[in-house]
Write a protein that binds this ligand. Structure first.
Ligand SMILES: CC(C)(COP(=O)(O)OP(=O)(O)OC[C@H]1O[C@@H](n2cnc3c(N)ncnc32)[C@H](O)[C@@H]1OP(=O)(O)O)[C@@H](O)C(=O)NCCC(=O)NCCS
Length: 185
Protein backbone atom coordinates (compact mmCIF):
# COMPACT_ATOMS: atom_id res chain seq x y z
CA UNK A 1 0.00 0.00 0.00
CA UNK A 2 1.43 3.40 -0.94
CA UNK A 3 2.04 6.37 1.33
CA UNK A 4 0.15 9.42 0.07
CA UNK A 5 0.66 13.06 0.93
CA UNK A 6 -1.48 16.19 0.99
CA UNK A 7 -0.52 19.71 1.99
CA UNK A 8 -1.16 19.08 5.69
CA UNK A 9 -1.30 15.28 6.04
CA UNK A 10 0.48 12.03 5.31
CA UNK A 11 -1.74 9.01 4.56
CA UNK A 12 -0.09 5.74 5.50
CA UNK A 13 -1.06 2.23 6.65
CA UNK A 14 -2.19 1.89 10.28
CA UNK A 15 0.11 0.23 12.83
CA UNK A 16 -0.82 -1.27 16.20
CA UNK A 17 1.30 1.46 17.80
CA UNK A 18 -1.38 3.96 16.64
CA UNK A 19 -3.92 2.51 19.10
CA UNK A 20 -3.68 5.39 21.60
CA UNK A 21 -4.21 8.04 18.92
CA UNK A 22 -7.11 6.03 17.47
CA UNK A 23 -8.75 5.55 20.87
CA UNK A 24 -8.39 9.28 21.63
CA UNK A 25 -10.75 10.26 18.78
CA UNK A 26 -12.80 7.06 18.35
CA UNK A 27 -14.05 7.20 21.96
CA UNK A 28 -15.50 10.66 21.26
CA UNK A 29 -19.31 10.38 20.92
CA UNK A 30 -19.29 13.06 18.16
CA UNK A 31 -17.38 10.80 15.75
CA UNK A 32 -18.73 7.23 15.39
CA UNK A 33 -22.53 7.56 15.76
CA UNK A 34 -22.93 9.99 12.81
CA UNK A 35 -21.01 7.44 10.73
CA UNK A 36 -22.90 4.38 12.04
CA UNK A 37 -20.49 2.89 14.59
CA UNK A 38 -20.34 2.93 18.40
CA UNK A 39 -17.64 4.93 20.19
CA UNK A 40 -14.70 2.75 21.23
CA UNK A 41 -14.87 1.74 24.88
CA UNK A 42 -11.25 0.71 25.47
CA UNK A 43 -7.75 0.88 24.08
CA UNK A 44 -8.05 -2.85 23.38
CA UNK A 45 -11.12 -2.21 21.20
CA UNK A 46 -9.11 0.34 19.17
CA UNK A 47 -6.33 -2.25 18.77
CA UNK A 48 -8.90 -4.76 17.51
CA UNK A 49 -10.27 -2.26 14.96
CA UNK A 50 -6.70 -1.60 13.73
CA UNK A 51 -6.15 -5.37 13.38
CA UNK A 52 -9.41 -5.92 11.49
CA UNK A 53 -11.17 -2.92 9.87
CA UNK A 54 -8.14 -0.64 9.49
CA UNK A 55 -5.87 -3.40 8.11
CA UNK A 56 -7.96 -3.68 4.93
CA UNK A 57 -6.26 -2.67 1.67
CA UNK A 58 -6.57 1.03 0.80
CA UNK A 59 -7.55 2.13 4.32
CA UNK A 60 -5.16 4.88 5.42
CA UNK A 61 -4.23 6.44 8.75
CA UNK A 62 -4.55 10.21 8.37
CA UNK A 63 -1.56 11.72 10.14
CA UNK A 64 -0.93 15.36 10.94
CA UNK A 65 2.31 16.38 9.17
CA UNK A 66 3.29 18.72 12.00
CA UNK A 67 2.99 16.21 14.85
CA UNK A 68 3.09 12.79 13.14
CA UNK A 69 0.03 11.75 15.20
CA UNK A 70 -2.91 9.85 13.74
CA UNK A 71 -5.91 12.19 13.61
CA UNK A 72 -8.31 10.14 11.48
CA UNK A 73 -8.91 7.39 8.97
CA UNK A 74 -9.80 7.54 5.29
CA UNK A 75 -9.93 5.04 2.48
CA UNK A 76 -11.93 2.69 0.31
CA UNK A 77 -14.36 -0.15 0.99
CA UNK A 78 -16.69 -2.20 -1.20
CA UNK A 79 -19.65 -0.12 -2.41
CA UNK A 80 -22.90 -0.42 -0.43
CA UNK A 81 -24.92 -0.83 -3.64
CA UNK A 82 -22.68 -2.87 -5.91
CA UNK A 83 -25.58 -3.51 -8.31
CA UNK A 84 -25.74 0.13 -9.47
CA UNK A 85 -21.97 0.54 -9.96
CA UNK A 86 -20.18 0.47 -13.33
CA UNK A 87 -16.73 -1.04 -13.88
CA UNK A 88 -14.05 -1.04 -11.18
CA UNK A 89 -15.55 0.80 -8.21
CA UNK A 90 -15.08 1.46 -4.51
CA UNK A 91 -16.72 3.60 -1.85
CA UNK A 92 -14.86 6.24 0.08
CA UNK A 93 -15.13 6.47 3.89
CA UNK A 94 -13.54 8.71 6.52
CA UNK A 95 -13.57 10.03 10.08
CA UNK A 96 -11.54 12.75 11.75
CA UNK A 97 -10.73 13.82 15.28
CA UNK A 98 -13.06 16.70 16.27
CA UNK A 99 -9.96 18.71 17.25
CA UNK A 100 -9.33 19.04 13.50
CA UNK A 101 -12.86 19.63 12.20
CA UNK A 102 -13.79 22.66 10.13
CA UNK A 103 -10.40 23.40 8.56
CA UNK A 104 -11.05 21.69 5.23
CA UNK A 105 -8.72 18.85 6.22
CA UNK A 106 -10.95 15.94 5.17
CA UNK A 107 -11.88 17.61 1.89
CA UNK A 108 -8.12 17.84 1.22
CA UNK A 109 -7.63 14.15 2.09
CA UNK A 110 -10.58 13.03 -0.07
CA UNK A 111 -9.18 15.00 -3.03
CA UNK A 112 -5.96 12.98 -2.77
CA UNK A 113 -7.89 9.70 -2.39
CA UNK A 114 -9.74 10.53 -5.62
CA UNK A 115 -6.44 11.16 -7.39
CA UNK A 116 -5.05 7.89 -6.03
CA UNK A 117 -8.23 5.95 -6.89
CA UNK A 118 -8.59 7.20 -10.45
CA UNK A 119 -4.93 7.65 -11.46
CA UNK A 120 -3.00 5.00 -9.55
CA UNK A 121 -5.61 2.31 -8.77
CA UNK A 122 -7.39 2.82 -12.13
CA UNK A 123 -10.89 2.89 -10.66
CA UNK A 124 -13.72 3.75 -13.06
CA UNK A 125 -16.17 5.11 -10.50
CA UNK A 126 -15.98 6.15 -6.84
CA UNK A 127 -19.02 6.29 -4.57
CA UNK A 128 -19.61 8.16 -1.32
CA UNK A 129 -22.48 8.07 1.18
CA UNK A 130 -23.57 10.04 4.21
CA UNK A 131 -26.49 9.71 6.58
CA UNK A 132 -29.06 12.32 5.66
CA UNK A 133 -28.46 14.39 8.79
CA UNK A 134 -24.65 14.39 8.50
CA UNK A 135 -24.20 17.85 6.95
CA UNK A 136 -20.47 18.00 7.59
CA UNK A 137 -19.85 14.84 5.58
CA UNK A 138 -22.25 16.07 2.91
CA UNK A 139 -20.06 19.15 2.40
CA UNK A 140 -16.88 17.05 2.10
CA UNK A 141 -18.59 15.06 -0.67
CA UNK A 142 -19.99 18.13 -2.45
CA UNK A 143 -16.72 20.02 -2.29
CA UNK A 144 -15.06 17.13 -4.11
CA UNK A 145 -17.46 17.26 -7.05
CA UNK A 146 -19.49 14.09 -6.44
CA UNK A 147 -22.92 13.90 -8.09
CA UNK A 148 -25.98 13.06 -6.01
CA UNK A 149 -27.50 9.71 -7.09
CA UNK A 150 -30.32 8.71 -4.69
CA UNK A 151 -31.37 8.35 -1.05
CA UNK A 152 -32.00 4.89 0.40
CA UNK A 153 -32.02 3.39 3.88
CA UNK A 154 -29.09 1.45 5.30
CA UNK A 155 -28.92 -0.43 8.60
CA UNK A 156 -26.14 0.20 11.12
CA UNK A 157 -25.19 -0.28 14.76
CA UNK A 158 -28.06 2.01 15.82
CA UNK A 159 -30.92 1.86 13.30
CA UNK A 160 -32.40 -0.79 10.98
CA UNK A 161 -33.36 1.88 8.42
CA UNK A 162 -31.28 5.02 8.32
CA UNK A 163 -31.87 7.37 5.34
CA UNK A 164 -28.59 7.58 3.48
CA UNK A 165 -27.61 9.83 0.56
CA UNK A 166 -25.58 8.18 -2.21
CA UNK A 167 -23.21 10.02 -4.56
CA UNK A 168 -20.78 8.97 -7.29
CA UNK A 169 -18.00 10.36 -9.44
CA UNK A 170 -16.79 8.82 -12.70
CA UNK A 171 -13.21 8.93 -13.86
CA UNK A 172 -14.31 10.96 -16.91
CA UNK A 173 -16.06 13.60 -14.76
CA UNK A 174 -13.07 13.79 -12.41
CA UNK A 175 -10.62 14.19 -15.30
CA UNK A 176 -12.80 16.85 -16.92
CA UNK A 177 -13.03 18.83 -13.66
CA UNK A 178 -9.24 18.73 -13.35
CA UNK A 179 -8.80 19.90 -16.95
CA UNK A 180 -11.31 22.73 -16.36
CA UNK A 181 -9.46 23.77 -13.17
CA UNK A 182 -6.19 23.81 -15.06
CA UNK A 183 -7.67 25.92 -17.87
CA UNK A 184 -9.15 28.38 -15.37
CA UNK A 185 -5.79 29.03 -13.68
C1 LIG B 1 -17.25 14.56 8.28
C2 LIG B 1 -15.86 15.00 8.75
C3 LIG B 1 -14.81 13.99 8.32
C4 LIG B 1 -15.56 16.37 8.13
O1 LIG B 1 -14.20 16.70 8.36
P1 LIG B 1 -13.67 18.23 8.22
O2 LIG B 1 -12.22 18.19 7.99
O3 LIG B 1 -14.18 19.03 9.35
O4 LIG B 1 -14.40 18.63 6.88
P2 LIG B 1 -14.18 19.99 6.08
O5 LIG B 1 -13.62 21.04 6.99
O6 LIG B 1 -13.45 19.64 4.82
O7 LIG B 1 -15.69 20.35 5.70
C5 LIG B 1 -16.71 20.38 6.67
C6 LIG B 1 -17.85 21.22 6.14
O8 LIG B 1 -18.96 21.09 7.04
C7 LIG B 1 -19.42 22.40 7.37
N1 LIG B 1 -20.03 22.35 8.70
C8 LIG B 1 -19.43 22.41 9.89
N2 LIG B 1 -20.34 22.33 10.86
C9 LIG B 1 -21.53 22.21 10.26
C10 LIG B 1 -22.86 22.07 10.73
N3 LIG B 1 -23.14 22.04 12.02
N4 LIG B 1 -23.85 21.96 9.82
C11 LIG B 1 -23.58 21.98 8.50
N5 LIG B 1 -22.33 22.07 7.99
C12 LIG B 1 -21.33 22.20 8.88
C13 LIG B 1 -18.20 23.26 7.31
O9 LIG B 1 -18.57 24.61 7.18
C14 LIG B 1 -17.52 22.70 6.07
O10 LIG B 1 -18.11 23.17 4.86
P3 LIG B 1 -17.55 24.46 4.07
O11 LIG B 1 -16.15 24.16 3.68
O12 LIG B 1 -18.48 24.60 2.93
O13 LIG B 1 -17.61 25.61 5.03
C15 LIG B 1 -15.80 15.14 10.31
O14 LIG B 1 -16.79 16.05 10.71
C16 LIG B 1 -16.01 13.80 11.01
O15 LIG B 1 -15.07 13.04 11.23
N6 LIG B 1 -17.26 13.52 11.41
C17 LIG B 1 -17.57 12.28 12.15
C18 LIG B 1 -17.40 11.03 11.31
C19 LIG B 1 -18.15 11.11 9.99
O16 LIG B 1 -19.17 11.78 9.88
N7 LIG B 1 -17.64 10.41 8.98
C20 LIG B 1 -18.26 10.39 7.67
C21 LIG B 1 -19.34 9.37 7.65
S1 LIG B 1 -20.23 9.44 6.12
Amino acid sequence: MPVLETKRTVLRPFALADAEDVFAYCKDPRVGPVAGWKPHESLEESREIIRTVFSAPDVFAVTDKDTGRVVGSAGFTAPHREEVCQGSTAEIGYALSPDYWGRGLMAEVVAELLRYGFQDAKMDEIWATHYQENHRSKRVIEKNGFLYAFTESLSDAFYPDRPTCFYFLTREAWEKARRDDWTAT
